[in-house]
Design a protein around this ligand. Structure first.
Ligand code: PLP
Length: 428
């Protein structure tokens, strides 16, 4: 038995399912999770001292590689001043100013502790602002584990086969309307059938949580127009895409201005941080400026702010990071496609910049239905074949890769080679 196996057995007796977040349990691919001891740059090390090339990077945050020195230094420097004050700090002002300067649509911003908190707060504010109750989300989009979002959700909820969770009340579910991603006509119909009842429309502007799915040309523009026309608050959930697809996220890359934006992952440099922000008139609804309550003992935590500030300053000052992230994504996609062609496998690759999924289906993947046509058992075999070759992927077909700039050209070649061998092994 490996040390990871032993720890997993131990964990299952005291932690539900042995993990603190469901996808980590490897249920979708079989086997047991690796217990991680440390990570540095492009590598992660398990308790059995095995080294893997990192393609998850904590599900996104470690975009500059693990234990990136400026972030590490900022955390070390901050620790000497104590860890939490529950009072305003200079760093929070600096953080808010930096986010406002980087993310095009954000005029005011509130810090929270996770992406889930950010999306929960954003829809509350949208409801308070419009005086309406219903929201529209897309099938397969994941917005954290808030009740309103566990309706046709992606990511872990999709992987575990429980798109709707027990414990979410029927009343909550009734206020969440869903449409297929990339289907403007379906959104239009929902709006027509619920006149003046829809507070917000929330989406991942590029989806990562059913695997990587891109918005079709005109989709984001069409949503913007519909929301403006019907006075619906358009929320871009940029927890995954923010500071990854461009310094200003997907909204900058596609040139579309949402009313509110939710952020997480990269914004904390690996610490537990989220944020939501947007139009000043909407954000002024938030307590104590306005009547919509939202709070947090550890919100704006000084250690987390220090890590996040170091991360965002670096990204803001080094635009070449984004050129390199796009280059890495393109190299991987080209290499993977060459292997698929060589092996005569008709799989679909969706990629934009450093977001990337190789779907084991011959269908073009544009929404939840087409994503679900993948051969999931085959992905499980492929996943373990990659692990055996020292490549650490997300343990689910329905996730995007999250590469970091620490990935060298030599490592990219190793990943492409491992992918080709693993595709062959999985097909057997
Ligand atoms: N929104 C999106 C798009 C996400 O990908 C996630 C997490 O993966 C969340 C929200 C929830 O963020 P957190 O896990 O920090 O609560």
């Amino acid at each position: 038995m490996t040390i990871s196996e032993q720890l997993f057995e131990q964990a299952k007796t005291v932690i539900p399912g042995g993990v603190n977040s469901p996808v980590r349990a490897f249920r979708a691919v079989g086997g047991h999770p690796l217990f991680i001891k440390s990570a540095k740059g492009p590598y992660i090390y398990d308790e059995d001292d095995r080294q893997y090339i990192e393609l998850i990077n904590s599900w996104g945050p470690m975009v500059l590689g693990h234990a990136f020195e400026p972030v590490e230094k900022a955390v070390r420097d901050a620790i000497g001043h104590s860890f939490s004050f529950g009072a305003p700090t200079r760093k929070e002002v600096e953080m808010a100013e930096l986010i406002v300067s980087m993310v095009p649509s954000v005029e005011k911003v509130r810090m929270v502790n996770s992406g889930t908190e950010a999306t929960m707060a954003a829809i509350r504010v949208a409801r308070g602002f419009t005086g309406r109750d219903k929201i529209i989300k897309f099938e397969g989009c994941y917005h954290g584990h808030g009740d309103s979002f566990l309706i046709a959700a992606g990511s872990g909820a999709m992987t575990m086969g429980t798109p709707d969770s027990p414990g979410v009340t029927k009343a909550t579910a009734l206020d969440t309307l869903t449409a297929p991603y990339n289907d403007l006509a379906a959104v239009e119909a929902l709006i027509e059938n619920n006149t003046n009842q829809i507070a917000a429309l929330i989406l991942e502007p590029v989806v990562g949580n059913m695997g990587c799915v891109l918005p079709e040309p005109g989709f984001l523009e069409g949503l913007r127009e519909l929301c403006t026309k019907h006075e619906i608050v358009l929320i871009f959930d940029e927890v995954m895409t923010g500071f990854r697809l461009a310094p200003g996220g997907a909204q900058q890359r596609f040139g579309i201005t949402p009313d509110l934006t939710t952020m997480g992952k990269i914004i904390g440099g690996g610490m537990p941080v989220g944020a939501y922000g947007g139009r000043a008139d909407i954000m002024n609804m938030v307590s104590p400026a306005g009547p919509v309550y939202q709070a947090g003992t550890l919100s704006g935590n000084p250690i987390a702010m220090s890590a996040g500030l170091a991360m965002l300053h670096y990204l803001n000052d080094h635009p070449e990071v984004y050129t390199r992230l796009d280059e890495i994504g393109n190299k991987l996609a080209t290499g993977f496609q060459a292997s698929l062609t060589k092996l005569g496998l008709p799989y679909t690759i969706n990629q934009i910049g450093s977001m990337f999924t190789q779907f084991m289906t011959d269908k073009t993947v544009t929404d939840f239905e087409t994503a679900k046509t993948c051969d999931v058992p085959r992905f499980g075999r492929y996943f373990h074949a990659m692990l055996k070759r020292g490549v650490y992927l997300a343990p689910s077909q329905f996730e995007s890769l999250f590469v970091s700039v620490a990935l060298t050209d030599e490592l990219i070649e190793q990943v492409i080679q491992a992918n080709e061998e693993s595709l062959i092994e999985a097909a057997e």
